[in-house]
Design a protein around this ligand. Structure first.
Ligand SMILES: N[C@@H](CCC(=O)N[C@@H](CS)C(=O)NCC(=O)O)C(=O)O
Length: 211
């Protein structure tokens, strides 16, 4: 058995955050595919694993099958376990947390929901989709302002804040973004691609039939 199991599916940028961290830190892990598009996160069996009914879930077999949900918690746990990509000072800790909270609330959540409505739910142009589009584009604009003129999100090196914020951003076509309009984000994504052992979501996460 691998050291870690990750409940995941390839369309999930939140799962990609955990998978990318496992990959960049050279962990021995195995994916457990969740049939999200057919209600796989809503079954009693899955709710017993994660009462929040969400992917990703990480099981750390080396810690007595410690079972973690929320990508931010998973990233912090792996940073603690590996000594990689974590904050090193109190100021960095606050900055990493600040951007991860912002990512979870404003960047990933709006982009993921907009992408879901547009790409998977067939609701392009619907009022709720347009609302989410506005929120997503506002978050990207703000993030571009932050990334312009700096290399990494929260420190002078890549941290779990970068891994969190990039979760959905390797799929710009899915949410109608053109990175030429966001040169700071584009250059940062290129920097992430150059990290040792970086791989895109499709190379790390399992897929299955959507419907
Ligand atoms: N804040 C959570 C978000 C997780 C999340 O929304 N996961 C989606 C898949 S990408 C999910 O499982 N949604 C199931 C649902 O909302 O019913 C995290 O970072 O782990």
């Amino acid at each position: 058995m691998a050291d870690y199991s990750l409940y995941c599916f390839v369309q999930s940028g939140n799962a990609y955050k955990a998978a990318l961290m496992l990959r960049l830190t050279g962990r021995d892990w195995q994916p457990v595919w969740v049939d999200f598009f057919n209600g796989g996160t809503r079954t009693p069996q899955y709710r017993a694993i994660n009462e929040m009914g969400e992917v990703p879930v990480l099981v750390d077999h080396g810690e007595g099958d410690l079972t973690l949900s929320q990508s931010g918690v998973i990233l912090h746990h792996l940073a603690d376990r590996t000594g990689r990509f974590g904050p090193q000072t109190g100021a960095e800790q606050r900055e990493v947390l600040r951007w991860m909270l912002w990512d979870n609330h404003k960047l990933t959540s709006y982009i993921a929901t907009y992408r879901f409505l547009r790409k998977f739910a067939g609701k392009e142009g619907a009022p709720e989709t347009e609302f989410m589009k506005g929120r997503a584009l506002a978050a990207l604009k703000l993030f571009e302002g932050h990334m312009a003129g700096r290399d990494w999100v929260a420190a002078d090196r890549p941290t779990i804040a970068d891994i969190s914020c990039c979760g959905y951003l390797f799929w710009p076509a899915d949410f109608g973004a053109d990175w030429h309009d966001y040169p700071g984000i584009a250059a940062w994504l290129d920097r992430i691609r150059t990290l040792d052992d970086w791989a895109p979501p499709e190379a790390l996460l399992p897929s299955g039939p959507i419907a």
